[in-house]
Design a protein around this ligand. Structure first.
Ligand code: ATP
Length: 331
């Protein structure tokens, strides 16, 4: 029996725009095991959200074309028809977003929204669903669940709303939860509480989680494995320990150096990665990161590097990874 829950192979997402076709996800491959939390990191515009929404095929038909494979429990999601895909969405795979107000319905109580999802996906009676609503609200840490179930989304605080959205997402007992920056808009104490909740759900429900964030601190706290995306591609994949102790891609190194250190020189300026992520209409030839990379040479601008395997759990897409590795070993 395999313990792989989701396996993505050479996934590409092309959009048809007014100015032509752009490829927002370009050949992404990674897997999520049952009960595993995988972090996806990268700056704004690197394709994290497009990649995660592609898994659920959330883009309007006719504006997008997908290539590759998204294998989930023996089926390639890219080949399912609309009806089959609707069964997967919100049933076996759920998604939560940064802004709960965009997901929750303002005119229905929290309890009704969770109950509707239970009735729809689990074919339970109204009475059974109502009992489960209370259990779910307890599970996500909403106090006084009986009275909170009768409230509308706008009556809840930001943190409580986020918990309510998580309860809606869990109502169908998904095996995979995709969380797209769910804590970014929250203040730090509430953020920590939501991260603790994600850990608890992962452990108690053995649910696989893809956690998208631009915050490496969150990755260190929550994830066991990480993929780093740059301009639509995965440039490094590693266990969380390898990523922080031994980052091999210059982009990953730049992201890690940009984390503020409490024990560092607090008068020094923060490290930043020079330049910005180019638009999809101006994707550079060769390595996509070359124009911002301190190691870049002719080989990098001439051709795109393959993916090199450093260990069974660490892969890197960089021509200079052996040099970087040697430097790290010498350091
Ligand atoms: N529907 C669309 N049509 C065309 N291009 C799109 C579409 N959606 C996203 N893009 C482009 O795809 C690229 C990746 O966007 P995406 O939102 O996935 O980045 P991200 O890494 O999630 O960034 P952020 O952290 O800001 O959410 C961007 O250049 C964006 O402009």
């Amino acid at each position: 029996m395999t313990d792989v829950l989701l396996e993505i192979n050479n996934l590409k997402t092309h959009f048809y725009t007014e100015t032509g076709q752009v490829t927002a996800v370009n050949g992404v491959s990674f897997a999520v095991k049952k009960g595993e939390i995988v972090g996806v990191v990268g700056e704004s515009g690197c394709g994290k959200s497009v990649m995660s929404q592609t898994i659920l095929r959330l883009f309007e038909e006719g504006t997008v074309e997908y290539d590759g494979e998204i294998n989930f429990k023996g089926n390639n999601l890219l080949t399912l028809n609309k009806k089959q895909m609707n069964k997967v969405r919100g049933n076996e795979i759920s998604m939560i977003f940064q802004d709960p107000l965009s997901t929750l319905n303002p005119v229905h109580t929290i309890g009704r929204q969770i109950a509707e999802s239970i009735i729809l996906h689990q074919k339970k009676s109204k009475k059974e669903a109502e009992a489960e609503v209370i259990e779910l609200l307890k599970l996500v840490g909403i106090p006084s669940p009986e009275s909170r179930a009768k409230e509308y989304p706008h009556n809840l605080s930001g943190g409580m709303r986020q918990r309510a959205m998580i309860a809606v997402a869990l109502a169908c007992h998904p095996q995979l939860l995709i969380a797209d920056e769910p804590t970014t808009a929250l203040d730090v104490t509430i953020q920590a509480q939501i991260l603790d909740l994600m850990k608890k759900l992962n452990q108690e429900l053995n649910m696989g989680i893809i956690f998208i964030t631009h915050d490496l601190g969150v990755v260190a706290e929550l994830c066991s494995r990480v993929v780093v995306m740059y301009l639509g591609e995965i440039v490094e994949e590693a266990s969380v320990e390898e990523l922080f102790s031994n980052p091999l891609h210059p982009y990953t190194q730049g992201l890690i150096k940009s984390i503020p250190q409490l024990d560092g020189d607090r008068t020094a300026l923060l490290h930043t990665i020079e330049g910005t992520v180019p638009p999809l209409t101006r994707v550079p030839h060769g390595c996509r990161f070359a124009s911002r990379c301190p190691f870049a040479d002719e080989q990098c601008t001439a051709s795109s590097p393959p993916v090199f395997e450093n260990t069974a759990s660490q892969k890197v897409k960089c021509w200079h990874f052996e040099k970087i590795l040697a430097e790290q070993r010498g350091a």
